[in-house]
Design a protein around this ligand. Structure first.
Ligand SMILES: O=P(O)(O)OC[C@H]1O[C@H](OP(=O)(O)OP(=O)(O)O)[C@H](O)[C@@H]1O
Ligand SMILES: O=C(O)c1cc(=O)[nH]c(=O)[nH]1
Length: 223
């Protein structure tokens, strides 16, 4: 099946910018993966624009209603700011009052103080934006921060769903699936592993594709 244009554009930018690589990589979980995605590599204007547009299209296509986009420090911060701007450019009526916010890793004790910057969260529906989910620790912390500030978590959007089982898991649940179950919130991704496989056929070597398919057969999650 042909991928939607925004997914194709995103994968093309990820590949061209070196954010999506194939070979052998050690993950946080200590697994050895035949592919790796580094959202930190979208650092030129063109690449940051490409990832920003891809998040914005994903939110429009599949996202929950929200008032504020919250980007956890640090990597979530530029994403929250640029995505709310891209959404406003796409549909000024719908996103006229959409806002962004982020936290500090260490609370500021002078000036305005506190650890939240940008839109207040009290009484708001808050969509968390981040690069990836590994164990879910950073997302749990962001959920706690938003709730403590009086907001309601509307969902989470990330760039990649690796669709793989938790390393210590007893069943075929993924970290994203686990978070969905735990918090009963939607979690959406620009692309998932299945999209990478579909989009990279004929683009990367047959050997790389079969390594990834083998990895999916071994570690693929069922949720
Ligand atoms: O724990 P998880 O929810 O699975 O997510 C893993 C997170 O860890 C990294 O961020 P980190 O908290 O290290 O901060 P950084 O953005 O400053 O790199 C990374 O950017 C992911 O967002
Ligand atoms: O699981 C990880 O550590 C991980 C995988 C990946 O593709 N990208 C990333 O930033 N972390």
């Amino acid at each position: 099946m042909e991928l939607p244009q925004y997914k194709q554009d995103f994968l093309r930018a990820a590949l061209d910018g070196g954010a999506l690589r194939f070979g052998s990589f050690e993950l946080k979980s200590k697994r050895t993966s035949p592919y790796f995605f580094n959202a930190g590599d979208f650092y030129t204007g063109a690449l940051h624009g490409a990832i920003t547009d891809a998040y914005a299209h994903t939110i429009v296509a599949k996202g929950p209603e929200f008032d504020v986009i919250f980007g956890p420090a640090y990597k979530g911060i530029p994403l929250a700011a640029s995505v709310v701007y891209a959404l406003w450019k796409m549909d000024r009526g719908r996103f006229q009052s959409a806002a962004y916010s982020y936290d500090r890793k260490e609370a500021k004790t002078h000036g305005e103080g506190g650890n939240i910057v940008g839109s207040p969260l009290a009484g708001k529906r808050v969509l968390i934006i981040d690069d990836v989910v590994s164990a879910g620790t950073a997302k749990r912390l962001a959920i706690d921060t938003i709730r403590a500030a009086g907001g309601t978590v509307a969902g989470i959007v990330v760039a990649l769903d690796r669709q793989e089982t938790l390393p210590e898991g007893v069943d075929k649940t993924s970290a994203i699936g686990q978070l969905r179950k735990e918090y009963q919130i939607p979690i959406i991704a620009i692309v998932k592993l299945d999209d990478i496989i579909a989009g990279m056929k004929g683009v990367i070597s047959d050997n790389d594709i079969s390594q990834i398919e083998g990895y999916r057969a071994k570690f693929g999650a069922t949720d």
